[in-house]
Ligand binder design. Structure first.
Ligand code: HEC
Ligand code: HEC
Length: 490
């Protein structure tokens, strides 16, 4: 038996499949292109092309997507074996799914356009010649007939597949995620997930740009990414007080498919920004800086271009691709581990039984330990002094306007707590998590080291009392108060 080379990436959607898959036809998405981030387009030419090439090679284009199998993404994979080959040089065969529990479900799924990988048998290492180079053949499913149990491939097989040859079909889940995303989310969040779809310009706050890999309203600790469950919840419920709608009407499996596609877009964007992170010296702002200091722009560009085409640069760049994959796989994988989720050990303090809790929370809110009021204001209206001071970026430089800014370099206001609108959810545990971990990508800091658990619960009680003139919110008076961490979720 030939040893199967395990591919690191597979192609799972081609132009033809896209038109067939998107029920609305290709006409509706005429300019479906992935755009590069500004940080990439700010690089000198050879560096920009290198970054763009690395992203395209690992993630593809909207018409020709790649599944990087090193990422912790569930692309939707089916495993099967050949029942009878169609003959050498043919492109079809009959099959059987190896996992009986998914066989029924696979009858209802469209596998057209999904990637196809031989895991055993004579066709595992098929190569084709492209640009005078032998490259591994990229099989795709172009015909799927679940009633006859037959599959047609995009490339003819040189050898007749033998009964029992193993194969995988990869990417059908993502394909449905992508279709739903293009239908429901693209007009706000953009084809690339850059938050810049056609309707985005009219909205405030802007739709999320996923490409930093940063999400705000997570249940995870401040160093952790968003979990699948968080994304699923946000997409299902929407974000109150913003234009992010709720998608309650979608089926659970549809929400799962969209969630996975959003994770893929986020990891694609983060891959690009991780590559950029080490290349600041090659960017326009860095060249501007050197020009300001008296160097000749032409000389600087010449020097950088020479450096960027050196063997050392290319070797380092290839290493940075590897470490970007390692980092993405580690960080996004960890977000779904149970230990990443914030579960306070003690339950919520009952603000009615312990009436002093709200007052303790108020004092903490006004204290120097938290400085909540410096942003949210003494009365909680979101008008603290930090909103009129000039702030500094993480690199020490000052913003040219006073006020707070987020990770996307957009102005941002602390929440007006008198409104009682909580974007990340209004359950006490949601507010607890906001205070414990902060709001990622925004100036709202985390307080897990500054405050003890009971102090955070006091603050939660205070925050929830602000819209009610310092009294516990009426609905919560009747609600049973949780005594354990697990019931605190309800
Ligand atoms: C009408 C515009 C609009 C549509 C349509 C829309 N969103 Fe959003 N979305 C937003 C806005 C605005 C925000 C930012 C809210 C904020 O920053 O508080 C957002 C934020 C998000 C976030 C970030 C949550 C976080 O914690 O950071 C996710 C994830 C998201 N949207 C997913 C989706 C998905 C998936 C769809 C389609 C099923 C979708 N959105 C459709 C406007 C939209
Ligand atoms: C440096 C400024 C800053 C400080 C200090 C700060 N916040 Fe915030 N806070 C923000 C900003 C900005 C937002 C809005 C973030 C967003 O949703 O985009 C916010 C949002 C919130 C929200 C809304 C959560 C939601 O789900 O919508 C709450 C509640 C909150 N802060 C409470 C607090 C408390 C309590 C403290 C002190 C323990 C505090 N903040 C300290 C800036 C700050």
């Amino acid at each position: 038996m030939a040893r199967a080379t395990i591919p690191v990436r597979v192609r799972w959607l081609a132009t033809a499949a896209l038109c067939a898959v998107a029920a609305s036809g290709c006409g509706k998405t005429p300019e479906a292109v992935f755009v590069s981030s500004k940080r990439t387009t700010d690089m000198i030419r050879p560096v920009q092309s290198r970054v763009e090439q690395a992203v395209a090679e690992n993630f593809g284009t909207p018409q020709n997507l790649y599944a990087s199998l090193r990422l912790p993404i569930d692309y939707g994979t089916a495993e099967g074996v050949v029942k009878e080959g169609g003959g050498a040089g043919s492109n079809h065969f009959t099959y059987e799914w190896t996992k009986p529990e998914t066989a029924e479900q696979l009858k209802k799924v469209d596998l057209t356009g999904a990637a196809f990988v031989w895991d055993s048998g004579p066709n595992t290492n098929v190569t084709i010649t492209r640009q005078r180079k032998d490259v591994p053949a990229e099989f795709q499913v172009i015909g799927y007939h679940p009633t006859e149990q037959s599959i047609e491939l995009s490339i003819n097989v040189p050898d007749n597949p033998e009964p029992g040859d193993k194969f995988r079909v990869i990417g059908f889940g993502m394909q449905s995620g992508r279709r739903l995303y293009m239908q429901h989310c693209m007009h706000c969040h953009g084809v690339s997930g850059d938050g810049n779809g056609p309707t985005a310009r009219y909205l405030n706050p802007l739709p999320r740009d996923y490409r930093l890999g940063v999400f705000k309203f997570t249940s995870t600790s401040s160093r952790d990414k968003v979990s699948r469950e968080d994304l699923h919840r946000i997409i299902r419920n929407g974000i109150p007080g913003t234009y992010m709608p709720s998608f309650l009407l979608l089926k659970d499996e549809e929400l799962k498919a969209i969630t996975e596609y959003v994770r893929w877009l986020a990891q694609r964007g983060e891959f690009e920004s991780r590559l950029n992170a080490g290349l600041k010296d090659y960017s326009k702002p860095a060249i501007d800086e050197r020009e300001k200091k008296g160097e000749s722009r032409a000389d600087v560009e010449k020097e950088l271009t020479k450096a960027a085409t050196s063997k050392e640069f290319i070797a380092e760049f290839d290493e940075s691709i590897e470490s970007a994959f390692a980092g993405l796989s580690r960080d996004w994988g960890r977000a779904d581990e149970a230990s990443s989720v914030i579960h306070p050990k003690s339950g919520r303090i009952d603000p009615v039984a312990d009436a002093a809790s709200i007052e303790r929370g108020r004092k903490l809110y006004l204290s120097d330990k938290t400085k909540c009021a410096s942003c949210h204001g003494l009365g909680g209206r979101g008008d603290g002094p930090q909103t009129t001071d000039v702030q500094k970026r993480s690199d020490g430089s000052e913003y040219d306007k006073p006020g707070l800014f987020d990770a996307w370099d957009k102005e941002i206001k602390p929440r007006d707590l008198t409104q009682g609108i909580y974007r990340g959810g209004r359950r006490p545990i949601d507010v607890y998590r906001r205070v414990y971990a902060g709001i990622k990508g925004t100036p709202m800091p985390s307080f897990n080291t500054a405050l003890k658990e009971n102090e955070i619960w006091d603050i939660v009680n205070y925050v929830l009392s602000v819209p009610y003139n310092g009294k516990a919110p009426p609905a919560l008076k009747e609600a049973p108060v949780a005594t354990t961490a697990s019931t605190a979720e309800e």
